[in-house]
Design a protein around this ligand. Sequence first.
Ligand SMILES: Cc1ncc(COP(=O)(O)O)c(C=O)c1O
Length: 368
Amino acid sequence: MIPIARPQMGEEEKAGVWEAMASGSLAQGPRVRAFEEAFAGFIGVEHAVAASSGTTALHLALLGYGIGPGDEVITVPFTFIASANSVVYTGARPVFVDVAEADFTMDPELVEAAITPRTRAILPVSLYGLPAPMTAITQIAERHGLAVVEDAAQAHGAAIGERKSGTWGAGTFSFYPTKNMTTGEGGMVTTDDGELAERIRLLREHGMKVRYHHDIVGYNFRMTDLAAAIGLAQLPKLPGYNERRRAIAARYDAELQGVITPAVRPGVTHVYHQYTIRVRERDTFAERLKERGVGSAIYYPIPVHRQKPFVALGYGNQAYPVTDRLTEQVLSIPVHPSLTDGEVATVIGAVNEAAAALGPLEREAARQ
Ligand SMILES: Cc1ncc(COP(=O)(O)O)c(C=O)c1O
């Protein structure tokens, strides 16, 4: 079976972890600091603050902006639940706006109508490795004095023009094993705002600058040096991984038939954390791929507003037509960098065969 993800661990990662273990620096230490500096340099920001996961990175970014009870944060329901959970953790309320049909990311046309006097931030998600329309969203945020937190958990190295995901307001990344680069578990907040970075560092470590002197109630959201050692070995490989993902995606774009392939806005660099198609009769489609030895996955089978905790919070009856439609149609196929050309050909053959058997899904029909 060609799996939907295949994390890459080489000799550099093993050597890095071994060195960290031998050094005795197991928790947050010099490797975390070095990884933060290297990641900030890669993204092109002044500051990067490592965290224990992408979820805690999101939580820290919101807390860093002072978001809490009584506040509202605008985000999307077509995402991994952590995007919205992080808002709930702070005591604020997520307010959902639908995503755009074309590219699965926040529809900026819908944002302004969702702003109320309680709105404090906009939290778009750069889903599947495609940056959300950050320029338009940042302009809206500036007009209304709102913070911007980009959930770039799936978008390491993605860019709009020369500007990478993670360079608007605050960006947050995940290093979960299936991501474009990994540290096992881990996360990062990136920003050019020095005061924000300082607050986030304080929140990450129990409000402590001087050992056992606590200025605020904080958390333990630290990354370990073991994880950072993996990250330091992975980061130099990320551009090559992304290039391979993009090359595989280009073949899919050219050769897949009868399915809707991802749309990319001009000037935008998609890093294909997922290559997500829209298909007819998805369960049968996935079953046919499996019969041909091709793994696939649904990201995500239930939109956030229909997940149990959000139904309990009263979101269940809200309608997000594009999200609901995509939820029924999306299917991600393998696009990870270790796929061989032969495996890519197998995926293309299997997808085209399934689409031919089940009938093509055209863009117009997909909207019905
Ligand atoms: C869009 C999105 N946001 C947030 C997260 C949370 O990251 P983590 O799993 O590292 O906590 C993920 C990771 O799965 C994600 O895909």
